[in-house]
Design a protein around this ligand. Structure first.
Ligand SMILES: Cc1cc2nc3c(=O)[nH]c(=O)nc-3n(C[C@H](O)[C@H](O)[C@H](O)COP(=O)(O)OP(=O)(O)OC[C@H]3O[C@@H](n4cnc5c(N)ncnc54)[C@H](O)[C@@H]3O)c2cc1C
Length: 315
């Protein structure tokens, strides 16, 4: 439609929700992501031995009708299911958390393994560069965590000051697997005030491999205090703590790894669904605009697409 090219940096839920709506209205957005797979923090790690860990978002919930509809469509399509935690019923992607993101990505032009290293404004819009190519766009959407958005636009860009109050906390995540015969006293536990703020038996979620695989999230405080430690060292410490709680022998672990999320959860959101430059050609969005939840990312992405459609249609 109409010669208006749109580039989107980030194939997390925000970037994909934006691209999905634009594509449905006849545009051909191009989505770039530095990762090997889509979904961003809706992430799943699989090992050669067949263990699987949702090491990012654990589940999703919907407060709005719009995201509720996305989740019920995902359930109908067989890419989402129900999971009962210790204290609530929630929705998870099946067979992995990123299945929900993948369901929005069908038919989109997504360039993976492509880290955008530089962007700059031109007379007609924006130019973006990765290590190999430069591509011009009339409109640019940056749907990445706020600190990474500031890295791209530069600290001196007026939008950097506009979003400077946003804060995000880190999260060290442990992935650990044990022999089948070991049985734990619980399958999920939330304890926000302790070092192990969240512990879950990944295989208690629907349609996961029937393995004794666990995901542990350290608290934001512990993660911040230990942020720059060696991942193997962090994995060892979190494993000892987990095994104490599960009453497993640490030496029985069959797989142990830690993942550092530098920008995991939004602490202070921007306060509006997205941020737009004075020229109207650059948009910043993501969960950090609204809340520390996947739904906030989707809401932000859709709001950007609606604003783009309104302004592009008016041309
Ligand atoms: C450990 C953890 C637990 C969580 N638990 C929950 C939960 O239980 N429930 C819930 O609702 N939410 C949870 N969340 C939050 C949820 O995952 C996020 O709110 C949501 O996934 C954010 O989506 P997004 O699109 O805004 O950003 P992201 O998912 O971070 O997507 C941004 C994408 O941009 C890409 N990118 C960044 N920079 C560049 C660049 N320069 N070039 C190209 N690509 C780039 C990244 O690779 C990434 O794929 C959790 C998050 C974490 C980390």
């Amino acid at each position: 439609m109409s010669g208006r090219s749109i580039g989107i940096i980030g194939a997390g839920l925000a970037g994909l929700a934006c691209a999905d709506l634009l594509a449905k209205r006849g545009f051909h957005p191009v989505v770039f992501d530095k990762g090997r797979g889509i979904g961003g923090r809706l992430a799943t790690r699989r090992t050669a031995a067949g263990f699987q860990f949702d090491h990012g978002a654990q589940f999703v919930t919907a407060k709005t009708a719009g995201f509720g509809e996305v989740l019920s469509q995902a359930r109908e399509a067989g890419v989402a299911g129900n999971w009962s935690t210790a204290d609530r019923n929630v929705t998870v992607g099946v067979p992995s958390m990123n299945a929900i993101a993948k369901s929005l990505a069908a038919g989109l032009d997504i360039r993976l393994n492509t880290r955008v290293t530089k962007i700059w404004e031109t007379a007609n819009g924006w130019q973006i560069a990765d290590s190999e190519t430069e591509t011009p766009f009339d409109r640019l959407v940056i749907a990445v965590p706020q600190p990474q958005a500031v890295d791209l636009i530069g600290k001196d860009h007026p939008l950097a000051a506009e979003i400077a109050h946003v804060t995000m906390s880190p999260c060290w995540t442990l992935m650990a697997a044990f022999p089948e015969h070991l049985r734990a006293p619980f399958s999920s536990r939330r304890a926000p005030d302790s070092c192990l703020a969240w512990v879950a038996l990944n295989s208690s979620k629907p349609e996961r491999p029937d393995k004794n695989s666990w995901v542990v999230q350290a608290s934001a405080d512990w993660s911040a205090r230990n942020l720059d430690r060696d991942p193997d060292d962090v994995a060892r410490e979190l494993l000892l703590r987990l095994c104490g709680d599960l009453r497993f022998e640490p030496t029985s672990a069959l797989h142990v790894a830690a993942h550092r999320w530098r920008y995991a959860k939004v602490e202070t959101p921007y306060g509006k669904p997205f941020c737009r430059s004075a020229s109207g050609t650059l948009y910043l969005g993501g969960d950090w605009c609204l809340d520390a939840r996947a739904e906030a990312a989707w809401t932000s992405g859709v709001a950007i697409a609606e604003d783009l459609l309104e302004h592009l249609d008016a041309k």
